[in-house]
Design a binder for this molecule. Structure first.
Ligand SMILES: [Zn+2]
Length: 148
């Protein structure tokens, strides 16, 4: 029994040198700022470093648009991207009325940003409603859970 405990302790001590990713549970170097497997920020430094903070912010948006989201994330995404879209649409409308032929490149950039933000919002919202539909279908079929 003593030898088994020693083996278990050795394994346990080995695991202490690793930090688990909160998203994918991959074992990382405890000093790692980002998960090597999925890119999730793992340290507070990741949000302070200027380049790292860009990656950390992008990671949040990537996850919100690429997998099912919770209501609070959907609301946050609409506040972060929906409000600027309204402002930019207003700006584009005013711009076209006041200066129809000037600043064509910046006008194009603004329209491009609007299209990008709307695409992000549509994808996030679609993911959210797909998740809701899936949860409703699971709730309607309780015999799957009680079959055991
Ligand atoms: Zn990970």
């Amino acid at each position: 029994m003593v030898s088994v405990d020693n083996n278990e302790m050795a394994v346990f001590e080995g695991k202490q040198d690793e930090a688990l990713c909160p998203h994918c549970l991959a074992a990382n170097d405890p000093k790692a700022h980002f998960c090597y497997k999925c890119g999730t920020p793992m340290s507070s430094y990741a949000t302070i470093d200027p380049i790292g903070s860009i990656w950390a912010t992008g990671d949040t948006y990537r996850k919100a648009t690429s997998r099912p989201t919770r209501p609070i994330i959907l609301v946050g995404m609409w506040l972060i991207f929906g409000v600027p879209v309204l402002c930019y649409v207003f700006l584009v409308a005013v711009w076209k009325v006041l200066r129809p032929l000037e600043g064509f490149i910046w006008f194009g950039v603004l329209v491009g940003v609007i299209v990008l933000y709307v695409a992000i919002l549509l994808k996030t919202t679609k993911n959210y409603f797909r998740q809701m539909k899936f949860e409703k279908s699971q709730a309607r079929a309780p015999e799957n859970d009680s079959s055991e």
